[in-house]
Write a protein of this length. Structure first.
Length: 188
């Protein structure tokens, strides 16, 4: 058995306050109006500060690049050292870090954040995985199934899936609510 060092993370974790917690059905405390480019750049800066602190605490080398595309702040973490980001680059870790980063941004700005986090090319890898998932779903339909249901995924991933499905001449729709929302593929 290998002993792993204990890590003392001292990140500013967003903590809901009584003023910021809104019971379900009673409205939303975050500004959800479309963000300006300047606001998206601010989101990117806040996110970069948060991610940079995480990398420093974990003693992981990484370079952070910021961009604004499609009405979202995009934060990309890359490294020249092979494998240095491997622990953070798997899709579950990226999804979790993205949510924590969004919370940090929302806590600082008071605005809803839809920022996209990419660590070590994780977005390209996930896009490839989703394309393969769509190909398998279409193969099931071509073998006689009337439809193919895909697992639950984020709205960003569902958007990619809808694009892949349309590019292949099929149709898709999303069903379900919240974390259970998923995509169903059918013939056009």
């Amino acid at each position: 058995m290998t002993d792993h060092p204990k890590l003392a993370f001292d990140l500013p974790v967003p903590v809901p306050t009584a003023a910021s917690v809104v019971p379900a059905g009673e409205g939303d405390h975050l500004d959800r109006t479309p963000s300006t480019v300047a606001q998206l750049e601010e989101e990117g800066d806040v996110a970069a500060d948060y991610i940079e602190e995480l990398l420093d605490i974990a003693d992981i080398d990484g370079d952070i690049e910021l961009d604004v595309r499609g009405g979202r702040a995009h934060v990309r973490v890359e490294s020249d050292k092979p494998g240095s980001l491997a622990l953070l680059a798997n899709s579950e870790a990226v999804r979790s870090l993205q949510e924590l980063t969004r919370l940090a941004v929302q806590n600082r700005t008071g605005r809803f954040s839809r920022l996209i986090l990419d660590i070590g090319g994780s977005r390209d890898n996930r896009q490839t995985e989703l394309g393969q998932l769509v190909d398998r779903a279409i193969a099931r339909i071509e073998e006689g199934a009337t439809q193919a249901s895909l697992p639950a995924m984020s709205s960003y991933e569902r958007k990619l899936v809808h694009d892949f499905v349309a590019d292949r001449g099929y149709v898709s729709e999303s069903y379900g609510e919240g974390a259970e929302r998923h995509t169903v593929v059918r013939r056009a």
